[in-house]
Design a protein around this ligand. Sequence first.
Ligand SMILES: [Zn+2]
Ligand SMILES: [Zn+2]
Length: 377
Amino acid sequence: MRRRSSRKGCRDNAAAVAVAVEGSRRCELCGAAARVRCGHCRITHYCDKDHQKADWVSIHKQICQLLIPIRTSLPCPPTERERKHGMEQLLRRQKYIIDVAYSTAQEFVWDGKHEEARPAALHALRFSIEVYGSNSLQLVPAYLLLAEASTGAGHLPEASKYLSQAEWIVLRTPDCSAAVQYKLHRSLGLFCAAKGNFEQALYHLANDVYLASSTFGLQSIETSGGYFHMANIFFRQNKMDIANSLYAEVAGAWHAFLLKSLQAQQQVLKLRPEMSLFTKDREVSEEPMTEAQQVEGIRVLNAILDIREQAPTQQPGETAKVLHALAMLHYLLMDLPKARELGLKAFELVKQLPQQESLEPLRHLLKLMNVEPSSTK
Ligand SMILES: [Zn+2]
Ligand SMILES: [Zn+2]
């Protein structure tokens, strides 16, 4: 009896969904009345060809077929067990789309393609809302990514709206971790900097540094991210003394982190001599660098190197430290020609310094790459 009524309910729901869908074909991107349909999945609609193309380039080509089982209502399964199985499968598919959409948007942002990132980030957010509800902390990463993409693409009012949503969720979650909060403050800081409101930006970035250091430590690369963005603001304000000392902090944090990563990798290789650096399944260390860290390291260190090399007063010790850090990073990423070039440049600089304590680690790095630098004297 219970089963019959629940099956009837299920049928009614499916019918209601079908009617609702029929009457409300909305553009996948902007929500306006739809006039175009994707010819591949035949269930995704757009207001015009431009929005269809933008969605296709960003994310739809990857998820077009995956959307079919999620968005088409199947006949109601006959048993409770099958219904439960169906729900679990739906959840798995939704979570998979969140992952694909989020990482795709993230890569576009890393490549500086902010406009392309937006539809993908929007899908990550929408599916996160479907899975976790509209007030969940799980939505914050998608909101922040969407805000970053919108800021980068010059849509500041939209970015502001997404940041407010993220801030609202964080504020109403009393046990929200510092690891989430520091990212929110970083995003708010970068948004204020993009608007030219440096004072407000520095306020948020100082909060970012405080929260990140409480979780990861003052000398961590996580904390150094906040320092880096503060330094950029002081640089833009032409406050070079404070910018320089913050850039030195950031380079120091990356140098120490990469030195440790390199030592950990050498330790692993020593314990497992059959593994060479270039075997495909090598484990670099106990805690290998994430892709986000690799991208951030390259970007931050190259930005500081440019500033050091173009500074009116040269600080060869600081420049050498950045070169050394970049050489280690490229070595860990297996880009040996670049690692050699940077390592040798650092070595030449350090040779001329009165303090040569970083000569040994550099010589060691070059030796790993079979480079014998010319003698010190
Ligand atoms: Zn549209
Ligand atoms: Zn499609």
